[in-house]
Design a protein around this ligand. Structure first.
Ligand code: TRP
Ligand code: ZN
Length: 483
């Protein structure tokens, strides 16, 4: 990855380093067999998985969560977390038992609709047997009391995610999984839900989560409870909690609250200035993608050496301080904010579709650079197209394989695919497509096949050959031309 020119590629290197992957990512890519274009092996969902071919045990089947109410008390001095999670869901089938994902921690008590339920642990699954089966179609409420010292999760293939105890607090963050290290959850983006957070921390520390701030109130023992609420459906990996000593800034923009935080350990400067551009960048992206999808804005900069990436946590991305060591960096802000439309509002239905997130977010960086008077998107495309290494052409971005989820093919070739589409269909159709896609799939999940169908409909052209080459091919496509 020595030829990285933009921050985000560095970010991916960081994420993989965090994951404990090989220092040189190239051999890791080469070791993967080439996936069949467009094909995903089918996985039959059982209660312990939602059927994602890349992560068979991620999520659970049989129900759909509407809301998580998470009351968590955390004391950084002892690293002890005490949680009370209420999960409101609807059964999709009769449920004599059901699973939630929960990694580590000790479960003290489970009730279903107020009645104590039997519960056991199987690896990172919490298996709940209600006193009476939940009937198909019924809404039900699970309450889980738990405690312990949270530990980050080593994902089957791509690394660490979850609750990290930091010098003065904690950061809960990670993709494709992180949530199950601090609350019981249906941990897959196909089951999006609303979230209410009540995070109780020692007085003097800040506790930030997603969505609209609900203020603070004193709690027992010299603690303070911070409330946050994310009303729009959110994928579990987009949830975050950041606890520690932070400089906060608040405001309002377009009638929405703005709440940002920068680690107090960082000198005032580039990080603060870059995060302060959040609303300006969001307004620019709104002009390209359509209305900003959420009820709040913000960003959090953490100063934690094990976090070397940024993540598009909903309404409030989290950034490693590393992005701002060389001065102001709005490229990474543009990338994470673009994800608010593509990734967060329009979420993947399965992880194989990750290029829909990363290709579009990387393309947003190109557009933002052009808007700021730096390289045009065409110039960036030309540069990438002529210098991308073999692995980028060998790995198909729309079927990268689990180990290559965050590879350069997904990011850079994904963005090149977006630009190739633009060149092919022309600017009018292309920008209409971006807005249509964001609007039609808003607050939902989407697949590559749906993107292709929407593109063909909006642009009035058959585009399967273009997408076959750019998204599924295993060699460099010819340069795009206007049709
Ligand atoms: N999705 C993140 C982004 O593009 C980056 C990322 C890749 C990441 N892999 C990760 C973040 C693993 C956390 C964990 O902005
Ligand atoms: Zn991204």
């Amino acid at each position: 990855m020595s030829r990285n020119r933009r921050g985000l590629a560095l970010l991916v290197t960081g994420a993989l380093a965090l994951a404990g992957c090989t220092a040189d990512p190239a051999p890791r890519r080469e070791s993967r067999s080439t996936p069949t274009p467009g094909a995903t092996p089918s996985v039959t969902p059982g209660p312990a998985g939602v059927g994602d071919p890349y992560f068979p045990t991620a999520g659970n089947s049989g129900y759909d969560v509407e809301r998580y109410t998470l009351k968590v008390r955390y004391d950084p001095a002892s690293d002890e977390l005490r949680g009370d999670a209420t999960v409101r869901a609807t059964a999709g089938a009769d449920l004599p038992l059901f699973h939630l994902d929960l990694a580590g921690l000790t479960v003290r008590r489970v009730t279903v609709d107020g009645v104590p339920a039997r519960h056991t642990r199987e690896g990172t699954e919490l298996v709940v047997t209600p006193a009476a089966p939940v009937r198909a179609g019924a809404a039900f409420t699970v309450q889980v009391g738990y405690d312990g010292r949270p530990e980050p999760l080593r994902n089957e293939t791509i690394g660490e995610g979850g609750w990290l105890h930091t010098a003065d607090g904690a950061v809960a963050l990670g993709q494709p999984e992180s949530a199950s290290t601090w609350f019981p959850v249906n941990d897959h983006p196909s089951d999006k839900a609303a979230y209410d957070f009540e995070i109780t921390v020692p007085k003097g520390l800040v506790a930030v989560a997603n969505g609209v701030p609900g203020g603070q109130r004193p709690a027992a023992g010299g603690f303070t409870t911070w409330r946050w609420s994310e009303a729009a459906p959110m994928a579990s990996y987009l949830s975050t909690v950041v606890i520690g000593k932070y400089r906060t800034s608040t405001g309002e923009h377009q009638g929405r609250p703005v709440f940002s935080a920068v680690a107090s350990s960082l000198p005032r400067g580039a990080a603060d200035d870059s995060i302060a551009r959040t609303v300006a960048v969001a307004d620019y992206l709104e002009s390209v993608f359509g209305p900003y999808p959420f009820a709040a804005y913000g960003g959090v900069v953490v100063d934690e050496p094990r976090i070397r990436y940024a993540l598009e946590t909903q309404s409030r991305p989290v950034y490693s301080a590393n992005f701002f060591r060389g001065g102001e960096n709005t490229g990474v802000v543009a990338h994470e904010l673009a994800h608010q439309w593509f990734g967060d509002s329009v979420s993947v239905a399965r992880w194989a579709d990750i290029w829909l997130n990363e290709g579009l977010a990387t393309y947003a960086e190109w557009l933002w650079a052009e808007h700021e008077g730096r390289d045009t998107a065409q110039a960036t495309f030309d540069q990438e197209y002529t210098t991308a290494d073999d692995a980028v052409w060998r790995v198909p971005p729309a079927a990268p394989g689990a180990a290559n989820l965050f590879s350069e093919s997904v990011y850079q070739r994904g963005a090149m695919a977006v630009h190739a589409l633009r060149v092919t269909v022309g600017d009018d159709a292309f920008f209409r497509l971006l807005k249509t896609w964001a609007a039609e799939k808003r607050n939902g999940n989407a697949t590559t096949a749906e993107f292709v169908a929407t593109a063909e409909r909006v642009c009035g052209q058959q585009l399967d050959d273009l997408f076959a080459a750019w998204l599924y091919g295993t060699e460099r496509p010819g340069p795009p031309t206007r049709r």
